[in-house]
Design a protein around this ligand. Structure first.
Ligand SMILES: [Ca+2]
Length: 525
């Protein structure tokens, strides 16, 4: 950008702060002038719902992706495409899911309702069974005059068993849906899954004999064939086709693209595995007295077969998860390239995040259903064309439940009055803006969440199920299990980012605990 162009733009009010008026200086290159004009036009229209053309939205969601990416400081994982989105958007370093499991998290962020409002705490209930009148993000965009479509997993799908079906979709949300299905589903017989044989002390791998059982178990495949043959490769192709259609239309679009990787089974074509030699993979250190450090409920998701993995097997799992992450990143890159090719980049808000975080052996935990940092935290990037804060990082604690209000706010449409959370727009505009909100996450214990039997639970008054609730501020995480009756945790991230020193009963922290307890019980309302 020329010196002149920079001055003109930077002298204007921040495009997201309100209507923008730019006088183009004589001699400015026509193309630059047109670009700036478009940016200012769309950005200013974002503040005036009654106006004509609006920003499009490309909403990309990855499944089970921890904030283990290059742009989040991971020294190993290669994610050049998500990194380039971060470079032209605002990256949220402290973004959290409301429930670290697919269905509860997705029901929450797609509606903008907290899990305690949707009452979806497991992977079986379609949210409209409980809250039939809930308004989803795409419904708000439909009301706002947008074309809306999804490709792949936005609401819950059992992965991999339900790939290619509608899963727990919400038909009212969409005008068009695409359910991609690739060779990863057909290749299941080649997938390696961990197995602890009866009487054995060490876990090995065996070939999968069915799709079922892979979704919750560490499993992987360095696949034959191309990226394009995989489910996410097919999803990318379908999304590109929709973007090409939308580019010809006068209507703005909200296109949601849900990728399935790196969810188990960690399947990616072989070249992605060779990027991560197992010899170079570092394993997290595990304190010898691990079980003494935390309330039992915090660690009760540990599985025998995962505890009995050799270091070599742990490295293989991390290699495969990383390979699946980089493969998924490449599918994100295809969408960003398409926006550029179709000249939609300057007219489109791009948001990227995952449904929850993920453990890869920290505290001997794997996968999700933990409200420690690794599992509660998600990557979140919001790129708004023309935003002066693009390229910056926001350190304020934010929640996925806020995405509905945020996207509506950025595009000048109305979100339903019952929508919870807080618009992140002030932070998108200024990542250092004052922010008085914390992030809340919750998780259940004591019931088989994947196959929660509601009738049995009702009969047994909850079947012994308890809730863990956690609040994250800029500095602290505070967690209570069953209201503190079976444990509490306090971590100071200034001195303990790994969350190993539980300070909940430290007398010097009593005031901090009291303050966070009050906030936690208020629950973000
Ligand atoms: Ca998930």
């Amino acid at each position: 950008m020329s010196r002149l162009g920079f001055d003109v733009f930077s002298n204007a009010a921040n495009p997201l702060d309100g209507p923008v008026f730019i006088c183009f200086a004589r001699g400015m290159k026509l193309r630059l002038a047109a670009t700036l004009c478009a940016l200012a036009l769309f950005a200013s229209l974002a503040t005036s719902p009654a106006a004509g053309p609006r920003l499009n939205v490309l909403h990309i969601v990855s499944d089970d992706l921890a904030a283990r990416l290059g742009c989040y400081g991971d020294p190993m994982v290669k994610s050049p495409n998500i990194d380039r989105l971060a470079a032209r958007g605002v990256k949220f370093d402290r973004a959290y899911c409301q429930f670290p499991l697919c269905n509860p998290s997705r029901a929450s962020f797609m509606t903008g309702l907290r899990p305690d409002t949707t009452k979806v705490y497991e992977n079986r209930t379609q949210f409209r069974e409980v809250v039939p009148g809930a308004v989803s993000i795409p419904q708000s965009f439909q009301k706002g005059g947008y074309s809306v479509a999804r490709v792949g997993k936005l609401y819950h799908y059992g992965v991999p068993t339900q790939i290619g079906t509608d899963g727990l979709d919400d038909p009212a949300s969409w005008e068009k849906v695409v359910n991609p299905k690739g060779r990863d589903v057909d290749d299941y017989g080649m997938i390696e899954r961990i197995n602890l044989a009866a009487g054995a002390t060490q876990t090995t791998t065996i070939k999968a004999d069915a799709l079922s059982g892979l979704g919750g178990r560490l499993s992987w495949l360095a696949a034959d064939g191309t990226d394009e043959e995989q489910t996410d490769g097919k999803g990318a192709a379908a999304a590109i086709g929709l973007l090409e259609e939308y580019a010809k239309s006068a209507r703005p679009f909200y296109l949601a693209v849900g990728y399935y990787r790196p969810h188990t089974p960690y399947v990616a074509p072989k070249p992605w595995f060779t990027m991560y030699p197992t010899a170079k993979i570092k394993l997290p250190g595990i304190p010898a007295n691990l079980s003494e450090l935390f309330p039992a409920a915090a660690l009760s998701i540990q599985k025998k077969e995962e505890l009995a993995m050799s270091d070599d097997l742990r490295r293989q799992a991390i290699q495969a998860y990383s390979a699946a992450t980089s493969f998924m990143d490449a599918q994100v890159g295809k969408l960003l390239d398409t926006l550029d090719r179709l000249k939609l980049t300057d007219k489109t808000v791009v948001i990227f995040h995952s449904d929850h975080g993920y453990h890869l052996g920290e505290k001997n935990l794997w996968q999700k259903m933990s409200i420690f940092e690794e599992s509660a935290r998600v990557p979140l990037i919001i790129a708004v064309p023309g935003n002066q804060a693009n390229g910056k990082t926001c350190l304020k604690p934010v929640e996925l439940v806020s995405l509905h209000k945020t996207l509506a706010d950025l595009c000048g449409i109305a979100a339903d009055s019952k929508t919870e959370g807080h618009s992140l727009r002030p932070l998108v505009v200024n990542p250092n803006a004052r922010w008085d909100h914390a992030a809340f996450s919750q998780v259940t214990r004591g019931a088989n969440v994947g196959t929660f039997d509601k009738a049995a639970a009702k009969k047994k008054k909850g079947a012994g199920q308890i809730m863990g609730r956690s609040i994250r501020t800029e500095r602290h995480r505070y967690t209570e299990w069953d209201g503190g009756r079976v444990g509490a945790e306090l971590y100071d991230h200034d001195s303990d980012p790994g969350e190993y020193k539980n300070l909940a009963t430290d007398p010097t922290q009593a005031k901090v605990v009291a303050e966070l307890k009050t906030l936690l019980h208020a629950g973000g309302k």
